[in-house]
Design a protein around this ligand. Structure first.
Ligand code: UDP
Length: 319
């Protein structure tokens, strides 16, 4: 296959590039580095079958040659990023998704959309099943992301129904691993950075809000299966083991061997209080479930953040 991965220099996008290349496919990564990074794909520069196109997908674009699948992973994805980049986030979810769909239609390629657990908002149903319509504030502090991704789902389904594009939708729950940006504001990179520097760990609110954290290699394997299979989705993918944010903070203190202490800061407005995927559909239709426990995943992630912190610190000293 020759696959186009928009957001290919992002955290999940770059792991997808690696996976498809490792399975013998050709990959065209498309990114404008708004939140992605050249460093995430630098190791692929000389890899046979890999091509990079620097492109903002909110503008019309094409990819020369045959394309068998388009995977649309371009978007700011951390709460801090999408609040900083509100209009960009809305544009990439709407115009960007449509440009990617048009490419798939022209090339007669399959299309896979990265949707998100955020389409469920601050969920009243728990755990979340794909049949749940969500509890979303349409103009709240997370609306630019939640509504862009909800609109994107609607657009994908409309292209499938009226233009015959063969589509897949995955709803991605919290995912972690190497190549997350140290300063993207999300709990996991933030806690690693703080713990490794011996700074206070900032937990928003009482820390009793929950999330379920999936290691990135599990997630990309699930995406691969979804693309190959017949199930159009939406399909939830994430790790169903749910923990409080306070527990995550303590586990990261332990895995880094840090002396950091937890401090509480004001709770975020509209912060989902609980989140856990019901993954029965992924299990039944794709035979997929995560394998990497958090104990293993956090250890696998540690060296990456150690390097990132060392690099950031030496950068600060130089300047
Ligand atoms: N959070 C926190 N401290 C931080 C960053 C995040 O306590 O420095 C909390 C945040 O309020 C949320 C949870 O951790 O309840 C997960 O936030 P994250 O930004 O990682 O992703 P989200 O799941 O909200 O998209």
């Amino acid at each position: 296959m020759r696959v186009v991965i928009t957001g290919g220099a992002g955290f999940i996008g770059s792991h997808l590039c690696d996976l498809f290349l490792s399975k013998g496919h050709q990959v065209v990564a498309v990114d404008n580095f708004l939140t992605g990074s050249p460093a995430n794909i630098a190791h692929l520069a000389k890899t046979r079958g890999f091509k990079f196109i620097k492109q903002d997908i909110t503008l019309p674009f094409t990819v020369p040659g045959k394309v068998d699948a388009v995977l649309n992973f371009a978007s700011p994805a951390s709460p801090e990023d999408y609040v900083r980049l509100q209009i960009e986030t809305l544009r990439v979810g709407s115009a960007g998704t449509e440009n990617a769909l048009i490419l798939a239609q022209k090339k007669k390629a399959r299309f896979l959309q990265a949707s998100t657990s955020e389409v469920y908002g601050d969920p009243l149903e728990h755990p979340q099943r794909e049949t749940y319509w969500g509890h979303v504030n349409p103009n709240g502090p997370r609306s630019m992301y939640d509504e862009a991704k909800r609109f994107a789902e609607a657009l994908v389904v409309a292209y499938q129904r009226t233009r015959g594009v063969d589509t897949r939708i995955i709803r991605i729950f919290n995912t972690y691993g190497p190549r997350m940006r140290l300063n993207d504001g999300r709990a996991l990179p933030q806690f690693f950075g703080q713990a490794l520097r011996g700074e206070n760990i900032t937990v928003y609110g009482n820390g009793e809000q929950t999330r379920s954290f999936c290691y990135v290699s599990d997630l990309v394997e699930g995406i691969y299966r979804l693309l190959q299979g017949r199930e159009p989705g939406p399909v939830n993918m994430g790790n169903p083991v749910e923990i409080t944010i306070l527990t995550l903070a303590k586990e990261i203190i332990a895995v880094t061997g840090s002396k950091s202490r937890v401090v509480h800061k004001a709770a975020m407005v509209d912060d989902p209080k609980q989140r856990r995927p019901d993954i029965s559909k992924a299990k039944a239709t794709l035979g997929w479930e995560p394998r990497i426990t958090r104990a293993v995943g956090l250890k696998l992630t540690l060296p990456y953040f150690q390097e990132q912190v060392a690099r950031a610190d030496s950068g600060r000293k130089r300047s």
